[in-house]
Design a protein around this ligand. Structure first.
Ligand SMILES: C[S@@+](CC[C@H](N)C(=O)[O-])C[C@H]1O[C@@H](n2cnc3c(N)ncnc32)[C@H](O)[C@@H]1O
Length: 390
């Protein structure tokens, strides 16, 4: 596909998304119906579509419209591209109209803050309160794609050995200061899919901040000599696997057990022993991690659709669920045990305010530590509070 044909495909996909089709479904349907598109084309179209969704507000303002074509025009205007390839020939988009040509050549206007930063207005006060002077820089960082990170299974190998093995496949990496288990992929991330290191459990795809949270919690659980750790919201098991690699005996639970369906196979591949529990009515856990459902506002670079779907009603519902999970885990924790409360949210409402409300409801608990990471640290936005039952 020519670059202009890729633009035309992205325009079609963005239109479908704007009409209400989920992004992944639109991309999958298009890829199935477009046998002419090679893997490089599919990745390029995906990148373009995701970038337009990340920047939906500013792109719509600069392109002056809520259509796929206007969004790409807006992206091009901000980047100073001329779009002369849009000539209507072959599979290229129709040529620019006079008005579009004038728009593309016009100086960039001053946009309202929420538009320029691609943030819904109703979230700005919380983001400002949470991030203070860093709010703008963080939101700007969120307008671009996230790096690709690997977690090295240090129970089995070393960062150096994995990096050398991946380099043999042309995949370049470098260690990342956020977590001692993290490698950032700097070239050819798409080759990872076929890498033997992944198939053999030497690496997992996991954001570096997520790794840092797992390592910080593991260190406190080990300091307590906790013999058993419960991952109460295990989901796909990213954190459970990271905790197990630190030598902890991990049990995994999730309200939706189907989410854990791949966990036994992933654990086996990694050489980790993780017990998957259907029921956790028995308490007495010395260490529990509650990686709670949240807005995902720290990972909106990877899942940009969620940023525009999120609402005040959904936030209120999440806050209730987070409180319930914390209360349930408090009852399951042994006296003297610890409870880690984690989110991939940057909002105070889901983080510090939930912990403060918990401590008010549970006077017998104290806060041991807080960790707040933002995309300026390199990975996703994450939060971890470790609480102790007296
Ligand atoms: C942020 S995800 C977990 C991600 C996972 N820990 C990881 O690192 O891959 C949150 C999980 O919490 C689960 N969940 C939601 N409500 C819950 C509840 N009341 N009790 C337990 N798990 C819950 C969801 O099904 C979801 O899998």
């Amino acid at each position: 596909m020519t670059p202009a044909a890729r633009d035309a495909a992205a325009i079609t996909l963005l239109d479908r998304w704007l009409e209400g089709q989920p992004l992944e479904a639109a991309l999958t349907n298009w890829a199935r119906a477009s046998r002419f598109a090679g893997s490089g084309d599919r990745e390029a179209v995906r990148d373009l579509v995701f970038q337009a969704v990340r920047r939906r507000r500013s792109a719509a303002a600069l392109g002056q419209g809520e259509s796929g074509r206007a969004l790409l025009l807006g992206l091009a205007r901000e980047a100073g591209q001329d779009l002369s390839t849009w000539n209507g020939e072959g599979h290229a988009p129709a040529p620019l109209s006079e008005a579009e040509r004038a728009l593309l050549a016009a100086p960039l206007p001053d946009l309202p803050r929420g538009v320029a930063l691609d943030c819904p207005d109703w979230l700005l006060p919380d983001v400002d309160a949470a991030l203070g002077a860093q709010a703008e820089a963080v939101l700007r960082r969120m307008r671009d794609r996230a790096p690709v990170f690997l977690r090295v299974n240090t129970a089995r190998t070393t960062l150096e050995a994995v990096a050398a093995r991946l380099a043999g496949d042309g995949i370049e990496t470098r260690p990342h200061p956020l977590a001692e288990t993290a490698l950032e992929v700097t070239a050819n991330p798409r080759r990872l899919r076929n890498s033997a290191a992944l198939a053999e459990g030497e690496i997992e795809m996991q954001d570096a901040a997520s790794q840092a949270v797992a390592l910080a919690f593991a260190a406190q659980a080990k300091a307590l000599a906790a013999s058993r750790v419960l991952d109460f919201c295990a989901g796909g098991g990213g954190k459970a696997l990271a905790l197990a690699a630190e030598g902890l005996a991990v049990s995994a639970h999730d309200i939706d057990p189907r989410r854990m369906s791949d966990l036994p196979a992933r654990a086996e591949r990694a050489g980790a022993r993780i017990r998957v529990l259907g029921d956790v009515s028995a308490g007495g856990w010395e260490a529990i991690l509650a990686d709670a459902p949240c807005s995902g506002s720290g990972s909106w670079r990877r899942a940009p659709e969620a940023k525009w779907r999120f609402s005040a009603e959904r936030l209120a519902e999440l806050l209730r669920i987070q409180d319930q999970i914390l209360d349930r885990c408090a009852a399951l924790t042994a006296p003297g045990g610890i409870l880690g409360y984690a989110t991939c949210s940057m909002l105070r409402a889901e983080n510090e305010e939930r912990v403060a409300a918990f401590l008010k409801r549970h006077p017998g608990w104290q806060s041991l530590s807080d960790l707040r990471l933002s995309p300026l640290d390199g990975g996703d936005g994450f939060f971890l509070a470790v609480l102790r039952k007296q």
